[in-house]
Design a protein around this ligand. Structure first.
Ligand code: PAN
Ligand code: ZN
Length: 159
């Protein structure tokens, strides 16, 4: 069974994020205000916990807020730990930023497994015209810390 079917067969957590859940993350606040009337779906995350290892399957909608592509909120791990990411379908860009403010922008090729290094805040952007779906693998204890992104944001804006 491939990872997607494995996760979708029995996930433990499901997170639905709409624009309202992340409205302050986008740079064009006028565009945000206009779109908030319909509050579009941004993405859904299905998570499966298997002891020390957790897996997630994220399905992102295509679209833009102003000029900026739909993206995930982005986070650091509470317990520093790396993560694997694998694109299942669609066109994605991975944005990384560490505490020193060093950034990386990586185009995610379908069929390749990428490692998100320890200590990097990470965000995925759907730069395509259709849904973007990807699988992540990480330590269950990694946790999600959104506070750094909420406070400082990412320097790289993907348009
Ligand atoms: C992923 C992300 C998922 C959604 O499972 O949590 O793609 O992104 P946000 O959590 O930033 O909203 C992951 O990176 N887990 O560690
Ligand atoms: Zn993560």
């Amino acid at each position: 069974m491939d990872a997607v079917h494995y996760i979708k067969k029995g996930f433990d957590n499901k997170v639905v994020r709409k624009l309202k859940d992340m409205s302050s993350f986008f740079s064009d606040q006028k565009a945000v205000q206009k779109l908030l009337k319909e509050n579009p779906l941004m993405y859904v995350v299905y998570e499966k916990i298997e002891g020390n290892v957790s897996y997630s399957f994220t399905v992102m909608e295509p679209g833009k807020v102003g000029e900026e592509f739909y993206m995930t909120k982005g986070h650091c791990h509470e317990v520093p730990s790396p993560e694997l990411i694998h694109i299942v379908d669609g066109e994605g860009v991975l944005v990384l930023q560490n505490e020193k403010g060093e950034t990386k922008k990586i185009k995610l090729e379908k069929g390749i497994i990428y490692v998100i290094p320890t200590d990097y805040a990470h965000r995925v952007v759907n730069v395509g015209k259709k849904k973007l779906s990807f699988v992540c693998v990480y330590q269950t204890k990694a946790g999600h810390d959104y506070s750094i992104v909420e406070k400082e944001g990412f320097k790289i804006i993907v348009k």
